[in-house]
Write a protein that binds this ligand. Structure first.
Ligand code: ADE
Length: 260
């Protein structure tokens, strides 16, 4: 996959590009990631990228001519892709909320282009003319789109075949099956009085899978119950959820009794 990032701060991506998973994926030729400094498309001596907003108000707005010129140059820099249109993603707190499903969908493209805004934002005509998708990573406002872009790149490339080793396949991730993953442990078998569950120490793979599934379901019940509304649940899962509910009710009763 080719990934182009347009930003005023390309150096922010150096760590991501030279460490860990992304570095290995680039080394193996699976990812061609390039950053582009939007300021390189300015034409005035001060290399101005922003201006005051029409209608007043605080903050500065990134100029449409500069950003559009940068985007078009980057888009035209590689031959047209086969099949679907190249996603041009604008990082914005007003976008649709990023999730596992969007990461998987994006990973199927041969190319994606990510536009990072700074200041109060980018003149809205760039969005209208050139952006295919507006993405937010959460309901909070960051000072720019660079951190969201890194989050998206990390989440997307894990789904490209060969990027993770077979042992780290993304299909088992939390969220891949609609619920969270079960707990993980390594040696020692006992740590500060806490013991790794027996079933994980034995060699019964089917029992291990069952334990992991149940533990993942329990974590989802405890931490992200809203996911259970859309997760594909078996009859056995529903019985487990009823059991968790009974356990919670019993615990609440016992806490009430202890308080007197
Ligand atoms: N830019 C600023 N805040 C953002 C957010 N939450 N998601 C995506 N881009 C942003």
């Amino acid at each position: 996959m080719r990934i182009d990032v347009l930003t005023l701060f390309p150096s922010m991506f150096e760590g991501q590009m030279t460490e860990g998973m992304l570095w290995k994926a680039r080394d193996r030729g699976l990812i061609d990631m390039r950053t582009h400094n939007i300021r390189d498309w300015t034409t005035d001596p001060h290399r101005t990228v922003d201006d005051t907003p029409y209608g007043g108000g605080g903050g500065m707005i990134m100029k449409p001519d500069i950003v559009a010129r940068a985007l078009e140059a980057v888009l035209n820099d590689a031959p047209a892709q086969t099949g679907s249109r190249t996603p041009v993603l604008l990082m914005t707190p007003q976008g649709r909320l990023f999730n596992h499903q969007i990461a998987v969908e994006l990973s199927a493209h041969e190319r994606m282009v990510i536009l990072c805004g700074r200041y109060e934002g980018i003149d809205d005509r760039v969005r209208e003319l050139l952006v295919t998708d507006e993405i937010s990573i959460g309901d909070y406002v960051l000072t720019g789109g660079e951190l969201p872009a890194m989050v998206i790149i990390d989440a997307v490339i894990r789904h490209i075949p060969g990027v993770l080793g077979a042992e780290g396949a993304a299909g088992r991730d939390s969220h891949a099956e609609g619920i969270l993953e079960g707990a993980h442990y390594t040696r020692p078998a006992e740590f500060r009085g806490l013991v790794v569950p027996d079933v994980l120490q034995g060699g019964d793979h089917a029992a291990v899978e069952r334990w992991r599934h149940e533990d993942g379901l329990r974590r989802t019940w405890r931490n992200r119950p809203e996911l259970l509304r859309t997760a594909p649940l078996s009859d056995a899962d529903r019985r487990l959820l009823a059991k968790f509910a009974r356990e919670d009710a019993a615990r609440a009763r016992s806490n009430r009794d202890k308080r007197g």
